[in-house]
Design a protein around this ligand. Structure first.
Ligand code: ADP
Ligand code: MG
Length: 561
């Protein structure tokens, strides 16, 4: 519950006008509905008691009945419209807040979640929160207020009946929903978690479908999926039982309350404190007010799921990004030397304890415009070194500088406008060749796009395509070969106007002769820019100015190329 209270008020505050409007309209709907029943009850009984031939003013009550039914229809329509629109806006606000928080985290922070679980937090968990306003707060507040008003009205003639109604509605609006929320808490948590697991499994199966087929592992995945489905169904069923029990209790309560009001009302009637038609009208109004409380029973049963969803969302949005801008960022020079000054680094584990050091006392200075290759066995820390250069991680000791400025003192956006990074597993995004390239530089003209493609040795292939730059490359670049997707990512890095290129295995997936040609081209294409190149490939003579070797976290040998 604390999670809901922490998450929702700030969202509600932003949209308070439309939320208050929706509450007022809901109140008007209740008032019209309860009034309609009350007036009709009074009208019918009074007309019957007056008997045939007696004088009875039909006009005023029948006009009132017609007006109330019209108001009820119109206000219910408006309430649905305003209430749902406000809730959808709330969910949009929350979704964009979750997304903003998500993209501020580093890949290592995001790596703790399954992709599908993150999707579930952005979609299913956010959606689960619509229950709170629409199906809990609105019926609870409006039927509570309406009950107080009706109890006071009833109390004017029959005080004891007013107390009976107040007590019964207290139980209906507070005691039963609280019991329901508690009873459905565990199934609510299970439901949200299982739905998230189902999303995550679906995403993973789609991504690795071919491998699962080839390994004949589909049945294994299918049975795991079926278990999650069954668990979700069971949790849902429990939620439904709690909702049904709430509705049942409400019906019993309504019956008891009507009997109580009738009992004390008849006593009042005998003492002449109120008339028969008035009592009939009040009794129908009491029945009407219990009908309004019905949706609360279904809403409260789903509150456990909403609490679980709020907890899952908070765990994400309240995570502090590992990398943040300093309070007063220093600006970086247009070009400058890269320095690793006695840099040591170890990855923190999930429990924030440090694991074995990956980089040990690295000292390295790369002059502006210099091309440096870093080689070394797998797991030596080469990719980690580049990640420190783009500040995906910070060293535990020592510092990394660009143009003499410690990277931690600069803003991340400015750093990323100086250093373009080609990650080892960079993705080709859903879109065309052009949209993929423009991520590198949104302002790039046609000639620069082709130059970047040629630089990455993808130009001839792109020219051979009927749609050229507008060729659709599909989700995660599915219509490109691995090597082509890699070259597209490389072209994107080349296209950036950054003075430094940090390239992690740029030629992975290329044939050996193409690799050689690429390195020769790179020397030319990146002339004037600083290049830090991590590679396993054999470099042709003159491709770089210096080759360094990283082994066991230490820069071991420095060889002049
Ligand atoms: P290389 O690029 O030289 O193959 P990496 O820099 O990727 O090596 O990895 C160096 C070491 O750091 C490896 O032992 C690897 O297991 C570890 N490592 C890499 N990424 C992470 C991570 N996100 N969390 C924990 N350890 C990691
Ligand atoms: Mg690597």
């Amino acid at each position: 519950m604390k999670s809901l209270l922490r998450l929702l008020p700030s969202l509600y505050r932003r949209r308070w006008v439309s939320l208050a409007g929706s509450l007022l309209l809901a109140l008007l709907t209740i008032a019209a509905g309860v009034g309609l029943l009350g007036v009709s009850g009074w009208f019918l009984s009074a007309a019957a008691l007056a008997g045939a031939g007696a004088f009875f003013n039909l006009f005023a009550p029948s006009a009132l009945v017609r007006m109330l039914s019209f108001v009820r229809i119109a206000s219910r329509y408006a309430e649905r419209l305003v209430g749902h629109a406000a809730t959808l806006r709330l969910l949009t606000d929350l979704r964009s807040r979750v997304f903003t928080a998500l993209v501020a985290l580093t890949p290592r922070q995001l790596g703790r979640y399954r992709d599908g679980d993150l999707v579930a937090r952005l979609t299913g968990d956010v959606d689960a929160l619509d229950t709170v306003f629409l199906h809990v707060l609105t019926p609870m507040l409006t039927s509570g207020i309406a009950a107080v008003v009706l109890a006071v009205v009833l109390g004017v003639w029959v005080p004891a009946a007013g107390w009976v109604l107040a007590g019964a509605m207290g139980v209906a609006c507070l005691v039963i929903p609280v019991w329901q929320a508690r009873a459905a808490r565990v199934p609510g948590v299970e439901l949200q978690e299982n739905l998230a697991a189902l999303r995550a499994t679906t995403l993973e199966v789609v991504e690795s479908h071919a491998d699962l087929m080839a390994l004949s592992a589909v049945d294994q995945v299918r049975s795991g999926f079926a278990v999650d489905c069954r668990r979700a169904a069971r949790a849902h069923e429990t939620q439904m039982h709690v909702a049904a029990n709430g509705v049942w209790l409400l019906q019993v309560l309504a019956g008891v309350c009507v009997l109580g009001v009738l009992w004390f009302g008849l006593e009042g009637l005998r003492q002449g404190r109120l008339s028969g038609p008035l009592l009939a009208g009040l009794l129908l109004a009491v029945i009407g007010i219990f009908e309004v409380t019905g949706p609360l029973m279904r809403g409260a049963a789903r509150l456990g799921g909403a609490v679980a969803a709020a907890q899952r969302i908070r765990a994400l949005v309240e995570q502090i990004p590992d990398q943040r801008d300093p309070a007063h960022p220093r600006s970086l020079p247009a070009q400058g030397a890269i320095e690793f000054d006695d840099v040591s680094f170890a990855y923190p584990s999930a429990e924030e304890a440090l694991t074995a050091p990956v980089l040990k006392s690295i000292n390295l200075r790369i002059e502006p415009g210099e091309h440096v290759a870093i080689t070394g066995p797998s797991g030596a820390g080469k990719s980690t070194l580049l990640q420190l250069l783009v500040r995906l991680e910070d060293p535990q000791s020592g510092c990394v500088r660009f143009g003499g400025v410690d990277l931690r003192q600069a803003s991340l956006a400015e750093l990323h406008s100086k250093v373009a990074w080609l990650a080892q597993d960079a993705p080709a995004f859903l879109g065309t060749l052009r949209t993929n390239l423009l991520i590198g530089d949104a302002q790039a003209d046609e000639a620069s796009l082709w130059a970047a493609l040629d630089g990455a040795r993808l130009g001839d292939f792109a020219r051979s395509l009927p749609d050229g730059l507008d060729t659709w490359v599909g989700e995660t670049g599915a219509s490109l070969s691995m090597g082509q997707a890699r070259r597209l990512c490389l072209a994107r890095a080349l296209l950036t106007p950054c003075p430094v290129l940090a390239l992690d295995e740029p030629t992975a997936g290329l044939a050996e002769d193409a690799q050689e040609a690429f390195f020769t081209d790179l020397a030319r294409a990146a002339a004037g820019r600083t290049v830090v190149l991590v590679t396993h490939a054999r470099l042709p003579p003159g491709a770089v100015d210096r080759t360094l070797r990283l082994r066991g976290g230490c820069l071991e040998v420095s060889v002049l190329a």
